[in-house]
Write a protein that binds this ligand. Sequence first.
Ligand SMILES: NC(=O)c1ccc[n+]([C@@H]2O[C@H](COP(=O)([O-])OP(=O)(O)OC[C@H]3O[C@@H](n4cnc5c(N)ncnc54)[C@H](O)[C@@H]3O)[C@@H](O)[C@H]2O)c1
Ligand SMILES: O=C(O)C(=O)C[C@@H](O)[C@H](O)[C@H](O)COP(=O)(O)O
Ligand SMILES: [Zn+2]
Length: 369
Amino acid sequence: MTTTIPVGGEGFAAYEVVVGRGLLKEAGARVAALKPTRAFIVSDETVAAIHGETVRGALEGAGLTTGVVTVPAGEASKSFEQLEAVLDRLLAEGLDRKSLVVALGGGVVGDLAGLAAALFMRGVDFVQVPTTLLAQVDSSVGGKTAIDTPRGKNLIGAFHQPRLVLADIEALATLPVRQVRSGWAEVLKHGLICDAAFFDWLGGEGKAGAEGDPDALERAVIRSVEIKSQIVGEDEKEAGRRALLNLGHTFGHALEAELGFGDALTHGEAVALGCAMAFRFSARQGLCAATDADKAEAGIRAASLPTRLADVDQVFSADALIGRMAGDKKAEGGRLTLILARAIGEVFTDKNVDAEAVRAFLIEEGAAA
Ligand SMILES: NC(=O)c1ccc[n+]([C@@H]2O[C@H](COP(=O)([O-])OP(=O)(O)OC[C@H]3O[C@@H](n4cnc5c(N)ncnc54)[C@H](O)[C@@H]3O)[C@@H](O)[C@H]2O)c1
Ligand SMILES: O=C(O)C(=O)C[C@@H](O)[C@H](O)[C@H](O)COP(=O)(O)O
Ligand SMILES: [Zn+2]
């Protein structure tokens, strides 16, 4: 059985996110229905070794001419260097404007392949085949594509919506538990943003999902995609409400950048820590009850995710973090923008956050003055 969630809105064509089991094997007919001249797979070395042949076989079985280009696994591949390598390979393979890119992998592959698809011949179609929980619940939906630079996270990118998303729950069976929990962080984020009952379910009946239980994972993927689809449908290019999906990311991206996008924190772990910080900062500013900040932290911690700077083996400088936050894409005119909380399930954008208050908060949290 599959669940289909439509994504679309004013100014961008609707597409479907299909959630189910066995979708990698069925990818051929669904991709062929888009009528590309070719369907070229972009993946990472780890995912290609596990799932590459299944998807390639499915595409060829549906009569499509295909091929595969891989990048090394990990965040470091969201780089100019790998973007150039992928684009060069697509050119060398002789792809044309009606060719289609299949992004097979986690958020790194999706963001990189999506940006390559946006740039290749000024834009070709692409299909997301997310193989991490994080990519199924978040990065494959909504059309944000990007690479990092040492100056910051996702600073170079484009909005380029996929034509189709195939989220195969069975693909998650091979995912290491650390990566399952990383994806769970973005799931928890969706509850914290706008669905308190979902947040409660994630910490109660649904909590086996954080350890990889497929039934709980499937429900978590479906509810997350529904939430993201609804927000993106209202505001494709983040003119307003979509910024709420950035809860925890202003802190989280600053931490990731300070850590050089290395292995110390995955994106999901950084978001988990960032969400806990956003709730504590909100409570400190009198915007939400301290009990809500405590509950948010407990829910995140229950999934074995970090909630405190002390959980990371590095001393952060408060000023360096603020510098990173000021360079965030949401910041305008040098003022800090944060997604803050009134309660669990009720967040808002503050475009004029007092930098001195953030500095004092970061020092309280353990950052160096
Ligand atoms: N575009 C968006 O809207 C959006 C949203 C959230 C996150 N992101 C981005 O996504 C990235 C993080 O994505 P991620 O957490 O998926 O990381 P990732 O893509 O690096 O994948 C994590 C690891 O899991 C491995 N892997 C993937 N699928 C596997 C499988 N089925 N079995 C075994 N191993 C598998 C990968 O090789 C990698 O080593 C970050 O760069 C983040 O900025 C983008
Ligand atoms: O889709 C969105 O919008 C999000 O903010 C989802 C985030 O989880 C994701 O990490 C996104 O890539 C962050 O966006 P950015 O604009 O801060 O780079
Ligand atoms: Zn994210």
